[in-house]
Design a protein around this ligand. Structure first.
Ligand SMILES: NC(=O)c1ccc[n+]([C@@H]2O[C@H](COP(=O)([O-])OP(=O)(O)OC[C@H]3O[C@@H](n4cnc5c(N)ncnc54)[C@H](OP(=O)(O)O)[C@@H]3O)[C@@H](O)[C@H]2O)c1
Length: 270
C-alpha cells in the first residue's frame, strides 16, 4: 500500500458502479498507472488506466481486486481469476446478492475478502458503502478497505450479512426514492400555484440545503423538524399532514420493505 492506496488495483468490470468508484479514487489522488481494468469491450476508462479485454498471466505484487461485473458472471470470472490470487490478494466485491461464503468458495486462496454495497453518489464522494466480512479477513485488510472506501463517502460495517439486502433497500435504492420525493415536492408546489420551472429548482435546492443542514446539526433530523416548526405556524400545519397516522413513515417503510422483498426473491432466483 502507498499513501492509503493499493500498490495495484485490478477492476473486473467498470460499468456504472465500479466506474463511479474509480472516477472518485482517481480524483482523490489514485495514480491511474496503478490501475488495470478488465472489460470485454476493451473501451478506454480514464487517461493512464490500463484496459484489458482478457486476463493477464499474473497480477502485479500488492494487487487489490475489485469485482464490479454482474453477479451472474461470478463463476466465469472466478475460473479465470482465482488461479491468479494468493493469500495476500485482498478482494472487494460489489456484486449484489453474492454471499461471502460463495466468494470464499470461489476464491479459496484469498484470505481477505470483503463485500461492499455502494450507492451511486460515491462518484461525488457523498455515497454510502455498506461493508461486511468475517474473522478470516485480517484487521490490516479491513483498515486497507477502510482507507479505500473513505474518499467515497460514509462507510458502515454491518455486523450481520443478513442486513445487506435491507441496507441495499435503504441506501442502494435510496437515491431513486429521494429523486421521487424531490419531484413530488416540485409538483406539489406547482399544484398550489408556483410556476413549474421555479418549483422544480426550489424543491431541489431545498432538499440539498436541508440535507446539508441536517448533516451538520447537533440534533437528529426528527428534532430539527420540531425545532423549525413553531406551534400554530405554517410548518407545523404542514407537518401535521405528514405525521398524521405516521403517514410518511408508513409509506417509506412499505417502500423499503418492497425493495427488500424483491432483493430476497432475486437472491432465491426469482
Ligand atoms: N448500479 C448500481 O447502482 C449498483 C449499486 C451497488 C452494486 N452494484 C453492483 O455492481 C455490479 C455492476 O453493476 P453496474 O450497474 O455497474 O453494471 P454495468 O454498468 O452493466 O457494468 C458491468 C461491467 O462488467 C463488465 N463485464 C461484462 N461481462 C463481463 C465478463 N464476462 N467478465 C468481466 N467483466 C464483464 C462490463 O464490461 P464492458 O464495460 O466492456 O461492457 C462492464 O464494465 C453488479 O454486480 C451490481 O450488483 C450496482
Amino acid at each position: 500500500m502507498t499513501g492509503g492506496w493499493p500498490d495495484h488495483l485490478f477492476l473486473v468490470g467498470c460499468g456504472n458502479m465500479a466506474g463511479q468508484m474509480l472516477a472518485r479514487w482517481i480524483a482523490c489522488g489514485l495514480d491511474p498507472a496503478r490501475v488495470t481494468v478488465l472489460r470485454p469491450s476493451g473501451r478506454a476508462v480514464a487517461d493512464g488506466v490500463t484496459v484489458v479485454a482478457d486476463y493477464p498471466a499474473a497480477l502485479p505484487r500488492g494487487t487489490t481486486i475489485l469485482l464490479g461485473m454482474k453477479p451472474y458472471q461470478i463463476a466465469e470470472v472466478a475460473r479465470a481469476l482465482a488461479p491468479l490470487c494468493t493469500a495476500d490478494t485482498p478482494i472487494m466485491s460489489i456484486l449484489a446478492g453474492t454471499t461471502l461464503n460463495e466468494l470464499r468458495s470461489r476464491f479459496a486462496a484469498a484470505t481477505d475478502i470483503v463485500r461492499a454495497m455502494p450507492n451511486l453518489p460515491v462518484g461525488l464522494g457523498q455515497g454510502v458503502v455498506a461493508l461486511f466480512t468475517d474473522d478470516r479477513t485480517s484487521p490490516a485488510a479491513r483498515s486497507h478497505i477502510d482507507a479505500l472506501i473513505a474518499p467515497l463517502g460514509l462507510a458502515e460495517w454491518m455486523a450481520d450479512e443478513m442486513l445487506f439486502n435491507r441496507v441495499t433497500a435503504l441506501s442502494g435504492c435510496g437515491p431513486a426514492f429521494l429523486f421521487r420525493f424531490v419531484d413530488a415536492l416540485a409538483r406539489a408546489g406547482e399544484a398550489i400555484g408556483i410556476p413549474a420551472d421555479q418549483a422544480a429548482r426550489m424543491a431541489l435546492a431545498t432538499v440539498q440545503g436541508a440535507a446539508n443542514m441536517a448533516a451538520g446539526a447537533q440534533v437528529s433530523p426528527a428534532a430539527l423538524a420540531d425545532q423549525v416548526a413553531s406551534p400554530g405556524g405554517m410548518t407545523r400545519e404542514g407537518l401535521n399532514i405528514l405525521d398524521a397516522d405516521d403517514r410518511l413513515l408508513v409509506l417509506l417503510t412499505d417502500t423499503l420493505a418492497a425493495a427488500r422483498d424483491r432483493g430476497e426473491a432475486m437472491a432465491r432466483g426469482g
